[in-house]
Ligand binder design. Structure first.
Ligand SMILES: [Zn+2]
Length: 398
């Protein structure tokens, strides 16, 4: 948040809060402020304003909080100032503000819930996840409308702590809300939690358990790409190669941009079944339906094995104009040099290595949400903590 935004927000919040406190509270039966009190508020208000003008927003926030009496009309201003403190990294102060608010007797239910949610966000920001979890669970016990927001924050905590069972359980509770049920993201994320559990079960050689988790993932989202890919891995591991191929094709049909992820396992399954010829026609069909530079490369390698380097070269050079890639150019050079006799010195022997070096500098995956780049694919972006936002990168022809 820029400084200007902070000033505007602070000024609006404080002026609104102060005016409400000054003129809007007459219907309440609390005693009117005495002349001295009003002077104090004015003095604090101008001290705060002075801090703001001197570019000291944190001191300004402190002064405003001191100046504003906590009552039903200024509580929202306090909440806004508290969350502003947290966002500026002053988590200790934010916790103090919210704890003070919460300690007030007779706090209206909705304000008490908002304050507890704000306080739990302070705890999360401070890394005190246990405390945040306790507070959010208290809100759930009261079973009011704010429980949905509490559930969302609880799920985030379990995701951070990689407590996937809990994350699934609370997602299930959140999905009792029709709004969340209609929102595909909640369903897809819940399916990811099941996939995490399935992958862990597979690592412990518990195939039956893994299958159950995958089934649960499909229960949340029956077109979940990752669930198909995890199931394909499981089937392949168990030697059910035809089933694995079916799942790989299903994953690819829902997400053609994940083509690079399915080519190698498709290759391995066909090899195990001894049906490599079928692989070539399958990949050719896939390429026809939705072309991909990785398919061009895979087909080139298959053609080299089945028909020799010349046929592979012809195929690749005919494809490169439309589906260019650095990897493709490298392969083309290698094929050409492979067809020349060993004596002819083209002076180009170093080029594939140079292209390799260039390629190693590039990340293979990128997050479409925050731009984070990495060589391996993460289903949960390590930078922005969003699911399903990392994509295999496709080289664009300039
Ligand atoms: Zn990201």
């Amino acid at each position: 948040m820029g400084n200007l935004e902070i000033y505007v927000l602070l000024l609006l919040a404080v002026i609104a809060g102060w005016l409400l406190g000054r003129f809007g509270g007459r219907k309440l039966s609390r005693p009117r402020k005495s002349g001295t009190d009003v002077q104090d508020i004015f003095r604090d208000y101008f001290v705060g304003l002075n801090y703001l003008l001197n570019d000291e927003p944190d001191e300004a926030i402190d002064t405003f909080i001191r100046a504003l009496e906590v009552d039903s009309e200024t509580i929202e201003t306090h909440l806004a100032l508290g969350s502003l403190l947290r966002r500026r990294g002053k988590v200790d102060k934010a916790i103090k503000v919210h704890q003070t608010l919460l300690a007030r007797p007779g706090l209206d239910n909705s304000f008490s819930d908002s304050t507890r949610i704000q306080l739990s966000l302070d705890y999360i920001a401070a890394g005190l996840l246990d405390r945040a979890e306790r507070l959010l669970k208290e809100i759930l016990e009261d079973d009011r409308a704010s429980k949905w927001e509490a559930l969302r924050h609880l799920i985030t905590i379990y995701q951070t702590e990689k407590e996937w069972e809990q994350a699934v359980e609370y997602s299930q509770r959140l999905l009792a809300n029709p709004v969340s049920r209609r929102d595909g993201r909640t369903l897809s994320v819940a399916a990811h939690y099941c996939c995490e559990l399935a992958v862990a079960a597979m690592q412990e050689q518990q195939s039956g358990k893994a299958r159950q988790y995958i089934k649960r993932a499909f229960g949340f989202d029956r077109k979940h790409t990752r669930a198909s890919l995890v199931l394909a891995t499981l089937e392949q591991k168990l030697g059910n190669y035809q089933q694995a191929i079916k799942e790989l094709l299903r994953a690819r049909s829902t997400r053609p941009d994940y083509t690079p992820l399915v080519i190698q396992p498709l290759h391995d399954c066909h090899e195990q079944l001894g049906i490599m010829r079928e692989l070539e026609s399958l990949l050719a069909r896939m390429h026809q339906e939705s072309p991909h530079p990785e398919l061009v490369l895979a087909l080139t390698r298959l053609k080299r094995e089945s028909q020799g380097p010349e046929a592979a070269f012809d195929f690749l050079s005919s494809q490169l104009a439309q589906h260019a890639s650095l990897e493709g150019v490298k392969e083309l050079l290698k094929l050409k040099m492979g067809t020349l006799d060993a004596q002819s010195d083209t002076g180009l022997q170093a080029v594939p290595h140079i292209l390799d070096a260039l390629q190693n500098q590039r990340a293979a995956h990128q997050c479409t949400h925050c731009g984070y780049e990495s060589r391996s694919l993460y289903w949960l972006c390590p930078s922005c903590q969003q699911w399903d936002t990392m994509r295999p990168r496709v080289e664009k022809v300039i």
